[in-house]
Design a protein. Sequence first.
Length: 142
Amino acid sequence: MTDAIPPTGLMSGHVLDLDAVTHLIEGKSAYGRELVRQSSAYGVTLLIPALAVQVLSLGPIAPRLERFMNMSMVVVGPLSPDDATASGPYAQGMTTRRPDAQMPEVLVAAHAVVHAVQRGWRIITATPHLYEGLDVRLEVLP
């Protein structure tokens, strides 16, 4: 399922994109619930890009998002000026390959790529088509 137990002395984690955060918070699948359970049990970090928090804070899922972010293994990945600049080419590539993609989803996905590349972590997603052509590892939710 996941790289649940990190090698000794190394931190391990996953980066969640917009659809993955929603999927996990809403408990849409047994697979997603088990991912959260194992991450908690083994101390595997679940990183939510700050842009995902901003987008989801505007909708009805906001109260559940707040509870999810209070879990010990969940952290918010900040959007630094360097991260914003690095995200631009990824977002541009995603919109070029998928002109029908929604902008919030694209911007969060690009931010997720930056965090995943920086850490060598995989991206948990329910929308793998956004990452076509990018050299990132994905774990696709059912």
